[in-house]
Design a protein around this ligand. Structure first.
Ligand SMILES: [Zn+2]
Length: 632
């Protein structure tokens, strides 16, 4: 669900995921100009409520504008004082007044005066407060003018309220979605509930808008929050902790008085000892620690972006969540949202999947593999069971044994950490493109055995033997390539589509160098090509035509407007604003068929967005088109 974005605000560009340092307009720990130039923060948050309540600041902000007052050229977001009025019980604050004030001082992104909900509130109390927040959000949208507006999703720990609040805001003229009311959860280390809050908010959200996890800024949470699809974060802690002599590190926050050594090579600490830092005067020490805290944040954010670009953010999140047992709870809770995450997970990636522990099985790729295994049809009614092997693909590691099994009428099945893997599927993503430790853990081993035995009965095997009990001297003939070609097609496209693709006389074209399947020719027509990298197919135009006539709409289809048809059939990509509808079962990077409104195939390509995101995207590529109908 993680995404990289370009968020453009009044001509200024912020690359997401991004963190916005919170600047207290009264206490300037690190000057905003330095935040921008030295640390590279292209956006910050300050509090319009404090500015408004401090006559000198208020007059200056109204006179010269917020950017000049703070000497900050980047994007400025202002908070409305919701938290302060909640904490200190202010009642004189009015939504319209504070929104108007934010406009008057030239804020880039202003915030509604929403109602802060505490996790201990009853559901009725929470639901009633959401109604007020929604009314105020409508009012703010109507008067926002050029200012962008934050529509804060509330709902406390009640997942249905969060989802409903997000859904009701989806149609409003909102620009950014903070997920609010999570600070108490983070302060109390209730990270597993934080996962529920974010995931339920995302279920109803308008995906075309940036999502801001309000109050989340500790480096230890950034990888996990980005993984769940949060784009913006903020940190008041870098300065607050510094004033309190507390240092942020990737594995927690530590008091200067408790630390045994500094051992930090960030630019603020480099060359300093713990004693030197302790002996500094209060102001210099506060600034040094605040800078250290900011460096910890920027370093982790850079790492999150690198892993995100490489498609490996799951691994970083899994590693980070081992820093504290409460974070491990969060990672484990995420497994309960596996089905939701699966909708956003690409069907294949360039790199291999690394296993970091039993929690790795919570990743969407594991669920998807097992879900699609239900499409498997066993070619024989006897199975030979093999243990997992370090060598991949299994067909190469067990070449002789697999052949012996086939000749004796047995289908080889490996009990892998993904679950059972029939020999035909061993080269396919993610089976061959994954790495597991050679010393297995008992949890995954037990689960693998359980899934394998369940599979044997579900797939219709009548008999199963361990691989060392395969009878000698079998003479049955088999075509391993054809079995693989068909099994992968069923796994990838479903049984009905695979039957249409493999009808009549089937000829396989193989690579002369590797001996791997390249093209599938059925009744003289080139319907599929197999990719060497992930062992999955690309769909040819003739294959697309067959699927469209064999399987009813909307299966595998992306329907486009008439205006787009001539361009798409010429091989141009499909952009989100031209999509009429989309098969909700499609996944990112999946092969898809572009059809016109009359369900006539126009082109084939790979899906770049999820079906859930597509209706909300006003621009951007929805399908990367490979071949249009005018090519052949
Ligand atoms: Zn440091």
């Amino acid at each position: 669900m993680a995404r990289m974005g370009r968020f453009e605000v009044h001509g200024k560009v912020v690359e997401t995921p991004a963190l916005l340092p919170v600047v207290n307009p009264k206490i300037c720990t690190v000057p905003p100009r330095e935040l921008y130039e030295r640390f590279g923060f292209k956006a910050l948050i300050t509090n319009s409520y404090i500015i408004r309540g401090t006559p000198a600041l208020r007059d200056r902000a109204l006179e010269v504008g917020l950017h000049e007052m703070l000497d900050y050229p980047g994007v400025i977001m202002t908070d409305s004082g919701t938290f302060q009025s909640h904490m200190y019980g202010e009642v004189d604050l009015k939504n319209e007044e504070i929104v108007q004030f934010q406009k008057d001082i030239g804020t880039d992104i202003g915030t509604v005066l929403d109602i802060f909900t505490e996790p201990f509130w009853t559901k009725e109390q929470t639901a009633a407060s959401i109604e007020v927040t929604l009314e105020r959000t409508e009012a703010a949208c109507a008067m926002k003018g050029d200012m962008l507006i934050n529509g804060v999703i509330q709902g406390s720990v009640y997942q249905d309220l969060r989802e409903d609040c997000a859904r009701r805001m989806a149609g409003m003229d909102i620009d950014v979605h903070p997920i609010g009311g999570v600070v108490p959860l983070m302060e109390q280390y209730r990270y597993s509930e934080l996962v529920d809050v974010v995931m339920s908010s995302k279920r109803g959200i308008n995906h075309g808008r940036p999502v801001h996890l309000f109050g989340a800024g500790h480096p230890m949470i950034l990888a996990l929050a980005t993984l769940m699809g949060c784009d913006l974060f903020d940190s008041a802690g870098y300065a607050k902790f510094a004033r309190d002599d507390r240092m942020m590190f990737i594995d927690g926050t530590f008091r200067l008085s408790d630390m045994q050594s500094l051992d930090c090579d960030c630019p603020a600490c480099r060359g300093r000892s713990l004693d030197e830092l302790r002996r500094m005067d209060k102001n210099s020490r506060t600034k040094t620690i605040a800078e250290h805290n900011l460096y910890q944040i920027t370093r982790e954010l850079a790492l999150v972006k690198r892993y995100l670009r490489e498609g490996r953010l799951w691994e970083l999140a899994e590693i980070r969540c081992r820093a504290h047992p409460a974070l491990l709870d969060a990672l484990r809770r995420l497994k309960e949202h596996q089905a939701q995450m699966e909708e956003y997970d690409p069907v294949s990636r360039d790199g291999a999947i690394f296993y970091t522990g039993p929690e790795s099985r919570g990743r969407p790729a594991y669920k998807r593999y097992l879900d699609r295994l239900a499409r498997y049809r066993a070619p024989t009614d006897k199975a030979a069971l093999f243990p997992d092997s370090q060598g991949k693909p299994y067909g190469r590691a067990y070449a002789e044994e697999f052949d012996k099994a086939r000749k004796a009428g047995y289908t080889p099945v490996v009990a892998s950490p993904f679950g059972p893997v029939p020999a035909e599927l061993d080269e396919m993503y993610p089976i061959a493109q994954s790495l597991f430790p050679s010393i297995p853990d008992s949890e995954t081993e037990t689960e693998s055995d359980r899934l394998t035995f369940q599979f044997l009965s579900m797939a219709g095997f009548k008999e199963a033997v361990p691989f060392d009990r395969i009878p000698e001297g079998g003479t049955e003939e088999y075509d391993g390539d054809l079995l693989r070609a068909k099994a992968v097609a069923r796994h990838q496209f479903g049984c009905e589509a695979a039957d249409a693709l493999f009808r009549g006389e089937v000829k396989l074209v193989k690579s002369k160098n590797t001996g791997k399947i390249r093209n599938v020719i059925s009744d003289g027509e080139h319907v599929l090509s197999m990719r060497a990298g992930d062992g999955l197919y690309t769909l040819k135009m003739e294959g697309a035509r067959r699927i469209v006539s064999a399987v009813p709409a909307p299966y595998m289809r992306v329907k486009v407007m008439d205006d787009a048809v001539p361009f798409v059939s010429d091989g141009r990509n499909v952009f989100a604003q031209f999509v009429v509808s989309c098969d909700p079962g499609l996944r990112p990077m999946e092969e898809t068929i572009i059809v016109d409104v009359g369900d006539n195939p126009v082109a084939t390509g790979r899906l770049f967005l999820t079906p859930a995101e597509m209706p909300f995207m006003k621009k951007g590529m929805a399908v990367k088109v490979r071949s249009g109908s005018s090519d052949d």
